[in-house]
Design a protein around this ligand. Structure first.
Ligand code: ADP
Length: 363
């Protein structure tokens, strides 16, 4: 049981123009699974390495249970790291690999066996313990790597993109299992990924980073529904939120092919970005608009440029008079490339941003 807190954590690599990490403040509660997400190069791994003790910050603190461990060697921090494509000793069996940290600690053999068996059962690899890494699939190897972290019963787990080397089906399966396992163990966890699906599904809270700077931290739903700026809005959600730069003209907001009413009670700036999630655009035939038109809905004429039927839904790529839009329609939609349609945009669900700064504008 432990808390982890980062205070003003800063790291500037020699010769770099800007710090890889610029004053990061984060609190991970006891037993919480916090996911740090952001594009490649945003400083996620740097933050994790500083918590693990594999690197030393230029400034700031890493507090584990309130104690600054910045100058504590990694082996004395009592944290366990799980990497992508974890390097497992090829000549050892899964059992020997998992028992290794216990052996180093001088734990009696009988107790080692008990702890490893317990972890292996939890991970569903009890029947694989006699195999060497070469005889295991990628997903099984990753479970052994997790097992090696679990048996240590550390204060915190540090996950560095642990699923990124697996194929899609295995990644999805292991994602669910890993989330359930971490919750069952109740171990404080910091999980770093560039994958927004992992962030949305695994995190008790999600911290979104860009260029070494924390953008927003909160529960996944809050980050999705109430993003603080245009970057966060664009990072979570697939297909990506439609972001259209519009110019204000009285109470209308316009872009090429787009003309929507300004939301009442909101001071939309002269240059704004309107964000409309693909699920908030409904597609209608060109000649039959819905009547009556629901309140705060604007109709836009558009042409389908591509349709991607995925089974449960169809992703529709649209050209609304020069403005590209993406919508999702349930099931196998009747539309295909070239069709003229009308897009009903529910403007009340739109997110508004200041065009220059990208900051959110609220009612
Ligand atoms: P992420 O994990 O989000 O992809 P990193 O923390 O690895 O990002 O890197 C953040 C920034 O620091 C990047 O611009 C990267 O090129 C740079 N960087 C990372 N490690 C080093 C290093 N050892 N030396 C110099 N620059 C580095």
């Amino acid at each position: 049981m432990a808390t982890v807190a980062l205070r003003g954590l800063t790291r500037r690599y020699p010769g770099a123009e800007r710090p890889a990490l610029a004053g990061l403040d984060l609190d991970i509660a006891d037993g919480e699974l916090l996911v740090v997400v952001g594009p490649s190069g945003c400083g996620k791994s740097t933050a994790l390495r500083l918590v693990a003790g594999l690197d030393v910050p230029d400034g700031g603190q890493v507090l584990i249970d309130g104690k600054d461990v910045v100058h504590t060697p990694p082996q004395d921090r009592d944290v366990a790291m799980v990497f992508q494509g974890y390097a497992l000793y090829p000549h050892l069996t899964a059992r020997e690999i998992m028992a290794f940290p216990l052996k180093m600690r001088g734990m009696p053999r009988a107790e080692q066996k008990k702890v490893v068996d317990e972890a292996a059962t939890m991970l569903g690899i009890g029947h694989l313990l006699a195999r060497r890494p070469g005889e295991l699939s990628g997903g099984e190897r990753q479970r052994v790597a997790m097992g090696r972290a679990i048996v240590r019963k550390p204060k915190a787990f540090l996950f560095d993109e642990p699923l990124s080397n697996l194929d899609a089906a295995l990644r999805a399966e292991l994602r669910v299992d890993l989330g359930a396992l971490v919750r069952r163990l109740g171990t404080t966890s910091l999980y770093v990924t560039h994958d927004q699906v992992e962030a949305m599904t695994l995190g008790d809270r999600v911290a979104v980073m860009k260029d070494g700077v924390l953008q927003q931290v909160g529960p996944p739903r809050q980050i999705y529904e109430d993003p603080t700026n245009v970057f966060v809005a664009g990072f979570l959600g697939s297909p990506r939120i439609n972001l259209v730069e519009v110019t204000r003209d009285g109470d209308r907001l316009r872009a090429a092919g787009v003309d929507v009413a300004a939301p009442p009670g909101m001071d939309v700036p002269a240059k704004a970005i309107v964000g409309l999630r693909p699920e908030n655009l409904a597609i209608h035939p060109a000649d039959a608009a819905p009547t009556p038109l629901p309140a705060s809905t604007s109709l836009l004429a558009a042409r389908v440029t591509a349709a991607e039927p995925l089974g449960a839904e169809t992703i529709l790529h649209l050209d609304a008079g020069g403005t590209p839009l993406v919508a999702r329609a349930p099931g196998f939609a009747r539309w295909s490339a070239g069709d003229a349609v009308q897009v009903a945009a529910v403007v009340s669900t739109a997110l508004w941003f200041e065009a220059g700064s990208g900051e959110r504008v609220r009612a």
